[in-house]
Ligand binder design. Structure first.
Ligand SMILES: Cc1cc2nc3c(=O)[nH]c(=O)nc-3n(C[C@H](O)[C@H](O)[C@H](O)COP(=O)(O)OP(=O)(O)OC[C@H]3O[C@@H](n4cnc5c(N)ncnc54)[C@H](O)[C@@H]3O)c2cc1C
Length: 460
């Protein structure tokens, strides 16, 4: 059996690339090591409840029928309908720093006004920054990386405002500590502050099942529990893969969503370049199930990004967890159709984690440490939202170790390697990467990444 393209990984990017290739009648096979689809944004069932691994919110929201922008482009490229993702917009989110709060809710004009009202001295500079962002072509894949902090410093002088703008954008899409490439800043700014947050009522299952069904209907093959152990090369070209069980499969092209370092390792010594650096930024996430809706305890916001100190530090902490900042998300607080409501209340809290600590801690200390830091994260969160702790009926916690185990990402690095390969090339003629380490991050970003690399390299 020989394929036109083998795709490594059934996460968002691999599935989207698969749909694109299958649509054009390419013989394509997605190989996934895990027992299920979704990768960093999967789903699972635990103690009779459905959980999402990663979904806080889908970014890049657009109202159904919108003709321009990333969401419209995504649906068009995948030949999907607006209903297929069933997105409902957020209620309202906020960025909360000492003495300052900026609210936003899928309305860029209101966001600009909120920033200017909170930081009147910075209003002129901020409006000029917004104009610069609007005119910037973030999709030019040939651009050199430029420090986002440097560019923002040319428009704004208040470090606190700069940090407040960076906080949600770094949490949702920076693979490098304390800064972002300006191009990535623009992508994230537009996806969060211009377009905004939404969620399917059924969670990430809605998106993953839609993609998988569509892919299979188009003739694509999906093989679960089929890890790729090695990418086979001959005379500098990829010729196929060897699976964990030793089976070899031939292909004209290989597209990997495993990550650039991980892909490098799958090639053994056949890649001419030295092994790239791998990422260090990872998170602990705690999901609390409540015996009531968050609104019933007075919590109406969709997502709260908080930081309790003078400076915002986005870096792997020395402590196991950095509770000085974090994300508090409630999947209940979206404007679902017909005022539908999830059966139970959920509060999800995310905080920066020290991957080394969570990878190396012995098993007998791991579970008590998870619980200890879960309690610390909840205590930090209730400084910003009403105390939900008396209403907890179940809890699940995951760490960088969990992420590594289920996705293979070294260090459990959620946003992958610090240096992105925007054009998707690897140095091996017919081996490409898509997803996290190509550089378009998040749910929508990684699907667009799969589509872009398929279009640019595999459908030409
Ligand atoms: C806790 C958390 C919360 C998040 N919240 C959000 C959010 O609210 N909104 C948002 O937009 N994004 C969010 N993200 C980010 C988003 O999930 C990712 O950016 C996106 O899912 C990445 O998709 P991908 O296809 O690039 O990579 P992955 O999802 O990592 O897919 C790669 C796949 O390849 C498989 N694989 C790896 N190696 C091999 C191998 N050798 N053989 C076979 N298979 C292999 C892995 O098992 C995996 O399934 C979150 C992530 C996490 C972890």
């Amino acid at each position: 059996m020989k394929y036109d393209t083998i795709i490594i990984g059934a996460g968002m990017s691999g599935l989207a690339a698969g749909v694109r290739l299958a649509y054009y009648e390419k013989k394509v096979c997605i190989l996934e090591r895990h027992t299920t689809i979704g990768g960093l944004n999967s789903f699972y069932r635990l103690r009779d409840r459905n959980y999402d691994v990663g979904l806080h919110a889908v970014t890049n929201y657009a109202a159904p029928g919108t003709r321009t922008g990333p969401m419209a482009k995504l649906l068009k490229q995948l030949r999907l309908r607006w209903d297929d993702f069933d997105l409902s917009p957020q209620v309202c989110s906020s960025v909360v720093f000492p003495g300052h709060k900026i609210e936003f809710a899928n309305n860029h004009g209101e966001f600009i006004e909120a920033v200017c009202a909170e930081f009147p001295q910075q209003a002129d500079g901020f409006r000029k920054l917004v104009k610069h962002i609007e005119e910037f072509d973030e999709l030019d894949l040939s651009q050199e990386a430029v420090s986002g902090r440097k560019v923002l410093g040319e428009f704004l002088s208040d470090r606190l405002l700069i940090d407040m703008l960076f906080c949600p954008l770094m949490f949702y899409g920076s693979a490098i500590p304390n800064d972002m490439d300006f191009s990535q800043f623009v992508i994230m700014y537009k996806s969060i502050f211009v377009q905004g947050f939404a969620r399917p009522f059924a969670g990430v299952r809605q998106i993953l099942r839609t993609l998988t069904r569509h892919y299979k209907q188009l003739g694509g093959e999906l093989k679960l529990r089929q890890g790729v152990q090695e990418i086979l090369t001959k005379n500098g070209k990829a010729v196929g893969v060897r699976l964990d069980d030793g089976t070899e499969i031939e292909a004209d092209n290989v597209l990997s969503s495993a990550g650039i370092v991980e892909t490098h390792r799958l090639c053994g010594t056949s890649l001419p370049t030295p092994e790239p650096a791998y990422g260090e930024l990872s998170f602990n996430e705690v999901i609390f199930v409540l015996d009531r809706q968050p609104q019933d305890i007075g919590h109406n916001e969709t997502i709260v990004f908080y930081n309790n100190t003078e400076d915002f530090i986005y870096a792997p902490p020395e402590a196991p967890i950095d509770t000085r900042s974090g994300i508090i998300c409630s999947p209940n607080n979206f404007k679902y159709v017909d005022s539908q409501q999830l059966e139970e209340g959920f509060i999800r809290i995310t905080a920066l984690a020290n991957p080394q600590y969570w990878m190396s801690i012995p098993d007998e200390e791991y579970y008590p440490a998870k619980q200890h830091w879960c309690d610390q994260m909840a205590a930090a969160a209730v400084e910003h939202i009403p105390d939900f702790r008396p209403h907890i009926v179940d809890t699940d916690i995951f760490t960088p170790r969990t992420i590594k185990k289920y996705t293979g990402h070294l260090n459990g690095a959620v946003y992958g390697a610090p240096h992105k390969i925007l054009d998707g090339t690897t140095g091996v003629e017919n081996l490409f990467i898509c997803g996290t380490d190509q550089g378009f991050l998040g749910i929508v970003g990684s699907m667009l990444s799969g589509i872009t690399i398929a279009n640019n390299h595999l459908l030409r």
